[in-house]
Design a binder for this molecule. Structure first.
Ligand code: HEM
Length: 245
């Protein structure tokens, strides 16, 4: 009798363990695989930036975000989020391209409105945990990158991915490097990574450089400094002691 009870308990335990392991394996199977290919419905969310033909895919799982990005180019593709200043200043940026079949992908920080430096060179970390990519040449070129990182990395050159609307920047260029200008191939979108909604924000909607108040102020200062210089020089000329000789 005792043996039977023990056998039942053991069977119960094994069943429980198998169910739990099964659920875990199922959950793993539903996560995007970072293999350089974005399959239909691989990710939980998708945004199609029609104006530039770029696709952004993402899935949040626990403390991680999985991102897939595809652009119609053989050069770099990039996604950035949470700029704090004009254009892209202060944004967390990931740029990737393929050369000779090899993926070059780095974690960047937009140190000014139009430039970026990689986190490592700034004294931070490259917080991409895994990445992969592929490209397809031909009449309709395509570059795909996929990566995984923590939502919050605690690196001061990264910006957290948090609930609520966040400004997201997308861009690509035809060049295999981390520095070439994208020209018109860029767009801005507001995305709620957690809820999954995305809304085209429009170009030129965010500050470009100085606000109109600041522009007026700097213009006034320039004019006043000019007037002060002219008056000062005229007075100095008139009062100059050796002027008559
Ligand atoms: C590689 C060097 C880069 C240079 C020299 C550069 C330069 C510029 C300049 C001059 C502008 C303003 C003019 C315009 O709208 O085109 C701009 C806008 C923009 N850039 Fe870049 N950029 C670079 C990389 C990037 C990267 C990596 C991203 C990342 C996604 C990006 C995203 C954007 C976006 C979304 C705008 C439009 C912003 C708006 O309209 O609010 N740029 N960039």
């Amino acid at each position: 009798m005792k043996d039977l009870k023990f056998t039942r308990l053991l069977c119960g335990l094994i069943l429980l363990l198998a169910t739990w392991r099964g659920a875990d394996v199922l959950a793993q199977a539903q996560l995007p695989s970072i293999d350089g290919q974005i399959a239909d419905s691989e990710y939980a969310h998708r945004y199609w930036a029609e104006a530039i033909g770029m696709e952004l895919h993402w899935t949040i799982e626990g403390e991680y975000i999985y991102i897939g990005l595809r652009g119609p180019t053989l050069g770099w593709v990039s996604v950035g989020w949470n700029p704090t200043g004009a254009i892209k200043e202060g944004a967390d940026i990931i740029i990737g391209y393929l050369r000779g079949g090899e993926l070059f992908l780095q974690d960047y920080f937009a140190n000014t409105s139009i430039s970026h430096l990689n986190d490592v060179s700034l004294g931070g970390r490259d917080d991409v945990l895994e990445s992969s990519g592929s490209e397809v040449a031909g009449a309709q070129p395509q570059t795909t990158i996929e990566f995984r990182r923590r939502l919050e990395t605690n690196d001061k050159f990264d910006r957290p991915i948090a609930p609520g609307a966040q400004t997201v920047l997308l861009a690509y260029s035809p060049y295999d490097d981390f520095v070439s200008y994208h020209g018109e191939k860029r767009t801005v979108v507001t995305i709620n990574f957690f809820a999954g909604g995305a809304q085209e924000a429009g170009l030129f909607a965010r500050p470009r450089a100085l606000g109109s108040d600041q522009l007026l102020q700097s213009w006034l200062w320039t004019v006043l400094t000019g007037i002060a210089m002219i008056v000062g020089l005229s007075v100095a000329y008139l009062l100059w002691p050796g002027k008559k000789t």
